[in-house]
Design a protein around this ligand. Structure first.
Ligand code: KPL
Length: 295
C-alpha cells in the first residue's frame, strides 16, 4: 500500500492515477477528512470517482511513502509521523524548491530517500476533488546511496502517470526546476500577475539578470546549464502556463507561508557559501519576506 502524505493537488493526482491502476492507497492528511471518494477529472476531461482511504496517522508498513506537501511542511510531516516510519521504507520527496532532503536525511538516516520533480499540473477544487490541468515529465532519482537501489519504483509510477523517468542525476533536474521557479514565482507573487504576463519586456530583463546569477550559483555547485537553453525553457513554461497563477502568487494572495526559503533562500545560502554576488535574487527574496511579514 502506497501512503501519500499530503492530499493537495499533486498528492491527489498521484493517488488518483495509482488507484486507477489498482494500487492500494492511503492518503495521510493533517486535518480530519470527511470525504471517502476521490473525484478526478483527467486531462481528456473524463471524470472518475475512486473510493479512497484517508487517515491522520501513518499505518506501519514497509511500503513507500510519497511526500507531496510543500517544502515548508516536509519536516513537520516527517516529525509527526517519524515513529511509524520503518527504516526500510522508501521516502519520496516531491515538492518545489531544494534543501529539504538534507534535513530529512538527518531525521531518517537509515531510510532510502528519493527526490522527484514533476511538470504535471493539477488543481484542487475542494478536498479530494481535483482536475489535471497539465501533462508533463516527472523525474525520480536517488538522494542517498540506499535510494539508488529503488529504481524499480519507476514501474508503478510510470504506469500511473506516463512520462515518469528514473534519473541517475536527479540533482540536475531539481536545479532546473529550482531555476524555473526562481524566474517565475517571486515576480508573479510580488506583482500579483499570471505567469503569461512575464513575457513583458520589463520582466524579461529581470529574468535575464536573475538567470545570470542563478547559473553562476548552479555552476559553483557543479551543475552547468547553457543560458540560452534555460531562457528558452523558462519562456516555454511561461507560455504553456500563461493563464495560471504560480504557486507563490497564490500563497501571497491567500496570505500563506511561501516556499521562498526553499527557492530564493536556497540559492542565497549557496551563493553566500561560494562568495557569489546575487543582488537580484536577494532583492526578490527580501520582497517576498516582507510580504509574508506583513500578513
Ligand atoms: O512550479 C510552478 C509553480 O507555480 O510553483 C510553475 C508553474 C512551474 C511556475 O513556476
Amino acid at each position: 500500500m502506497w501512503q501519500i502524505i499530503g492530499a493537495g493537488a499533486i498528492g491527489c493526482l498521484w493517488a488518483a492515477n495509482l488507484l486507477r491502476n489498482g494500487e492500494k492507497i492511503q492518503l495521510i492528511t493533517r486535518t480530519p477528512c470527511a470525504a471517502d471518494t476521490l473525484k478526478y477529472q483527467n486531462i481528456a476531461k473524463q471524470q472518475f470517482n475512486f473510493p479512497v482511504s484517508t487517515s491522520r496517522t501513518l499505518t506501519r508498513t514497509t511500503d513507500p511513502i510519497l511526500i507531496c506537501v510543500k517544502a515548508t511542511q516536509v519536516i513537520e510531516a516527517i516529525t509527526t509521523h517519524k515513529n511509524a516510519i520503518d527504516p526500510r521504507q522508501v521516502i519520496i520527496l516531491m515538492h518545489n524548491g531544494m534543501g529539504c532532503a538534507e534535513q530529512v536525511e538527518k531525521l531518517l538516516p537509515d531510510n532510502p530517500i528519493l527526490c522527484a520533480t514533476t511538470a504535471n499540473a493539477s488543481l484542487l477544487h475542494s478536498p479530494l476533488n481535483i482536475e489535471q490541468t497539465g501533462e508533463g515529465v516527472t523525474y525520480l532519482g536517488a538522494y542517498n546511496d540506499k535510494g539508488r537501489l529503488q529504481q524499480s519504483l519507476i514501474v508503478p509510477l510510470n504506469f500511473a502517470l506516463p512520462n515518469t523517468h528514473w534519473c541517475e542525476d536527479v540533482n540536475e533536474k531539481l536545479w532546473l526546476k529550482l531555476i524555473i521557479n526562481m524566474a517565475i514565482n517571486p515576480l508573479t507573487a510580488i506583482h500579483q500577475i499570471k505567469n503569461g504576463q512575464l513575457d513583458n519586456t520589463i520582466f524579461q530583463i529581470k529574468i535575464n539578470e536573475l538567470i545570470d546569477e542563478a547559473l553562476q550559483v548552479a555552476k559553483a555547485e557543479g551543475v552547468i546549464f547553457k543560458k540560452q537553453e534555460i531562457l528558452a525553457i523558462i519562456n516555454q513554461v511561461i507560455t504553456l502556463t500563461a493563464e495560471n497563477f504560480s504557486s507563490m502568487n497564490r500563497d501571497v494572495f491567500y496570505q500563506r507561508h511561501t516556499e521562498n526559503e526553499f527557492i530564493a533562500g536556497y540559492l542565497l545560502k549557496s551563493a553566500n557559501f561560494h562568495h557569489i554576488d546575487t543582488p537580484v535574487i536577494n532583492y526578490l527574496y527580501q520582497q517576498i519576506k516582507a510580504l509574508e511579514q506583513a500578513y
